[in-house]
Design a protein around this ligand. Structure first.
Ligand SMILES: C[S@@+](CC[C@H](N)C(=O)[O-])C[C@H]1O[C@@H](n2cnc3c(N)ncnc32)[C@H](O)[C@@H]1O
Length: 324
């Protein structure tokens, strides 16, 4: 029987997809953003999605599951808030996860596995105190915890430089002992940037930067090489020489900043399309982009998502560790 997962902060379901590719079944999810919900539902029609603030979710709302996931927003929080207890810090998303886990425990549905994802800096934030609190709270709740920072281009066979921390809590010592990061070694990047980005295609005019754009001269002067991804940062342009795309961000597509740019084989400067950005996060070619959503929404959703290939590899190791 397939292991069942529920996702908090589900976004467009990158974590769900990775777990599904690994053999699990996504049965329940929560997300506050109604536009993410449209994309999520189009691609996960069988998963029950609750579109609401996590603060309104109760542990008893979540059906019987094996794994609870949460790619929670990176919100720094203070030790002072922690000392007061999460009752006093309702706005903090990590504390909301802990509240839900505890409520699920009271309902005999404590997740056997907790899988969390966040930015790499979570580990060093506030001299390591933020991460210490997260680990301590999970341990206090009965979990054996392990974590590692993985880069998408080293572990997911996806040409994007994206370092993220993955934190896993195991309720059973046996599962924890069975799990090893060594079973998820670095892999060679076979899926080269040329397979994902189409330099032959100039795409629609709306993706192009011609002389009518204010920044055109700056771009033209700096964007000179093919097979390179560039980033435009308000006053300068940076070439990414490593043959991978720089980290996609949630604010790309808002006002044109941070959307990676390329020079096509016909010497047209254009930004990556929303589809290319999703491919650079490891979403499959047939991932549905709902027609009613404008490009800026999809850029944001892609930048906020996780790299599916990395999740799939970690998820496989978790599922193996749970085998009896
Ligand atoms: C970093 S993204 C997670 C991406 C997702 N895990 C994936 O696999 O694609 C964080 C998500 O949390 C959602 N979020 C933020 N605040 C929330 C809240 N109060 N309740 C529920 N979801 C929230 C955001 O809308 C966003 O989609």
């Amino acid at each position: 029987m397939k292991r069942k997962i529920a996702s908090l902060f589900a976004g467009i379901g990158g974590i769900d997809l990775g777990f599904e590719h690994a053999g699990a079944e996504s049965i329940w999810a929560n997300e506050i953003d109604k536009y993410c919900a449209i994309t999520f539902t189009a691609n996960h029609p069988k998963t029950k999605l609750i579109v609401d603030d996590i603060c309104n979710i109760k542990g008893k709302d979540i059906p019987q599951i094996d794994i609870l996931t949460g790619g929670f927003p990176c919100q720094p929080f203070s030790i002072a808030g922690y000392r007061k207890g999460f009752e006093d810090d309702r706005g903090n998303m990590f504390f909301q996860i802990m509240r839900i886990i505890d409520e699920m425990g009271k309902n005999n549905n404590k997740p056997r596995i907790i899988f969390l994802e966040n930015v790499k800096n979570l580990k060093t934030h506030d001299n390591g105190n933020t991460f210490k609190v997260i680990k301590e709270m999970l341990e206090k709740s009965g979990y054996y915890v392990t974590e590692k920072v993985l880069n998408t281009c080293e572990y997911g066979d996806i040409p994007q430089n994206r370092e993220r921390i993955f934190i896993i809590g195991f309720l059973k010592k046996k599962d924890f002992n069975n799990f090893s990061w060594n079973n998820i070694p670095k892999i060679k990047l076979e899926n080269k940037i040329n397979r994902v980005v189409n330099w032959d295609s100039d795409e629609d005019k709306k993706y192009q930067y011609g002389p009518e754009k204010k920044c055109y001269l700056l771009l033209k002067e700096n964007i000179t090489e093919k097979n390179t991804i560039y980033q435009y940062r308000r006053v300068y342009v940076r070439a990414n020489k490593a043959g991978v795309c720089p980290t996609l961000t949630a604010n790309m597509g808002m006002g044109g900043h941070n959307v990676p740019l390329i020079l096509t084989n016909h010497d047209i400067i254009r930004k990556l399309t929303p589809r290319e950005c999703l491919l650079l996060q490891g979403f499959p070619k047939d991932f549905i982009i709902p027609e009613e959503l404008c490009d800026s929404r999809i850029y944001k959703q892609a930048g906020n998502a996780v790299s599916v290939g990395v999740i799939e590899r970690v998820a496989k190791e978790i599922l193996n560790a749970m085998e009896d």
